[in-house]
Unconditional design. Structure first.
Length: 562
């Protein structure tokens, strides 16, 4: 009986296998049953075609392992984007447990279009203010921590994620449970990374906790812990807080080498997440902004939710209004962070490529930007590629079959034009993506839909809350109408509705800052002062769940006597 996955032969090309070894020129890769059967040098002479075998000519191209993203918060619209950009495996770091496991199994079975999924399920150690609509599980002591982690392990997760408000004894207990089950632990920290690593954490998400571990004075480290917690709380309270990079700017370089030694001794993986945490430091940010906007206009991506388009369209403007002091902190923090990371890699430390995809940055595209960031930070292109291939597989303990192109391994391959070892940007020039031995359709499909949609949550994965700043005209005469009122503000989407004194009126969307409301004559039959709101459909962000509803602040239209 023929193999259901068929046979594939890739001829020619330069192999960069993901291990960090020197590239091999002019190779032949034989794939059968979704696995790599043979890997050999191509022999001179005519090439034999065989019936039932698909041949790919890779002459002049580079062959890489499929890429990884190890920091994902998967949403049901992301699958095509990952595959189109060569990402064949992901680690979902926090999600609704039952939903992400259904996605993992559905994707593995070929029922859902997307990358291979490794899942953490719930994250443990969230703050109560996040708990209602975010799957971060609030803990109530060591026994509670053990119980939740055991429950998650029994459900069949691939890793454990700890969040920023877990207490030290809770963290240690969770790490012990994970270690006994043979699972790795990732943590988003508000405490010292050194303490977390000694407790059993194996991956520092966003490299959180690093600044607190890279200062000499304990009192200063504790001050930084308190500031980082305030920063996280500022997401929902809107209170002023330090920036993430200001803490990195405080790191003291004489602490680097002893800290690196501790990390390496405990086989710690660092996930820098440049593309999200340090986007403002990129000299390519204007180019990235334009790239995102063009992508949002692609006709095949019409299924993307409105909050995604809003996030991409407004993200740069919302984050770029920095004071001179903040810009200085950004520059100093970035320089110190890059210095630490390069010293860590030079000493043998392992870096993981992740991009914290939720609504922004764009999945798939984000990984290529992360690779470019790593090279800009001082890593070699080879080191960056290993961080996106072999190291993720090692962290997730599946390096026997993924992450490196070798006989017996899963046939996840990326064929690109050019040489990414000379220019890491060449990894974007994708000729073919192969997952499980099958050539992937890299086009976007307007009809793409996930058969198991994800229930929305409020934190980030939701519509913006509208804010009204201007009405024109501000006054009209009793009995006039219909009247076109121009509404200016922020956070408008195509589904935004203008309400006049509690009555929804016909609304025309222009862009995220402009609407036009048609107010009929009968609503203007009496004089008075009438509130106007803009309403976005739920869910709106958790940042405004503290309000009673999803309305904007009111504006007022004055109706004069005739």
């Amino acid at each position: 009986m023929a193999d259901p996955k068929g046979s594939l032969v890739i001829r020619g090309g330069t192999l960069v296998d993901g291990s960090g070894a020197d590239p091999r020129r002019d190779v032949i890769i034989v794939v059968e049953g979704g696995r790599i059967k043979a890997l050999e040098e191509r022999k001179p002479g005519p090439q034999i075609e065989r019936e039932g075998v698909k041949f790919i000519d890779a002459a002049g191209k580079t062959i890489l392992p499929g890429l990884w993203d190890v920091h994902v918060h998967l949403l049901d619209w992301m699958g095509e984007l990952y595959l189109a950009h060569g990402v064949t495996s992901i680690l979902d770091a926090t999600n609704i447990l039952d939903w992400i496991l259904a996605q993992r199994d559905g994707t593995a079975g070929g029922h859902i279009r997307g990358p291979r999924i490794f899942a953490c399920g719930n994250a443990f150690g969230g703050h109560p203010i996040f708990s209602e609509d975010d799957p971060a599980q609030v803990l109530r002591g060591v026994e509670d921590a053990r119980r939740w982690v055991r429950h998650t392990i029994e459900a069949g997760v691939d890793a454990i994620k700890i969040w920023g408000f877990a207490k030290p004894d809770e963290m240690e207990a969770m790490c012990r449970e994970a270690r006994d089950a043979g699972l790795p632990v990732m943590a988003h920290l508000t405490t010292s990374a050194r303490d977390a690593v000694l407790a059993g954490v194996q991956c520092l998400a966003h490299c959180t906790g690093l600044p607190m571990a890279a200062v000499k004075e304990p009192a200063r480290a504790q001050w930084m812990v308190e500031r980082e917690r305030e920063r996280l709380m500022a997401i929902v309270t809107h209170k002023p807080a330090v920036t993430a990079w200001s803490l990195f700017a405080m790191m003291e370089e004489e602490t680097f080498d002893p800290l690196i030694e501790t990390f390496i001794r405990h086989d710690t993986f660092l996930e820098p997440d440049f593309v999200f945490r340090w986007a403002l430091a990129s000299p390519n940010r204007a180019k990235h902004e334009e790239e995102d906007k063009r992508l949002m206009e692609h006709p095949g991506l019409g299924y993307l939710p409105e909050y995604v388009r809003y996030g991409v369209d407004g993200a740069w403007e919302r984050y770029y209004h920095l004071s001179a002091e903040q810009r200085d902190e950004l520059a100093r923090g970035y320089e110190k962070f890059c210095s630490f990371l390069c010293r860590y890699v030079k000493a043998g430390g392992k870096v993981l490529v992740g991009s914290d995809t939720s609504t922004w940055p764009v999945p798939g595209v984000s990984i290529h930007r992360e690779l470019e960031f790593l090279v800009d930070a001082g890593l070699s292109p080879m080191q960056a590629l290993v961080a996106a291939t072999r190291h993720p597989a090692e962290f997730l303990r599946c390096a026997d079959k993924l992450g490196v192109i070798k006989p017996g391994g899963v046939a996840d391959l990326l064929i690109v034009d050019g040489d990414p070892l000379k220019d890491i940007g060449a990894a974007r020039n994708i000729s073919a993506v192969i997952k499980d031995g099958q050539v992937v359709d890299r086009t976007y499909h307007a009809e793409f839909a996930n058969p198991i949609p994800r229930p929305p949550i409020g934190l980030l994965h939701s519509n913006p809350v509208p804010h009204l700043t201007e009405l024109s005209p501000r006054a009209v005469t009793q009995g006039d109408g219909p009247i076109a009122v121009r509404v200016r503000g922020t956070g408008f989407i195509k589904q935004s509705i203008v309400e006049f004194d509690g009555t929804r009126v016909q609304t025309t969307f222009s862009d995220s800052e402009n609407l036009e409301a048609a107010i009929p004559r009968w609503l203007l039959a009496r004089a008075g002062t009438f509130p106007i709101w803009v309403t976005n459909p739920k869910p709106v962000r958790i940042t405004d769940y503290l309000h009673e509803d999803e309305r904007s602040n009111p504006g007022y239209l004055f109706v004069r006597f005739a």
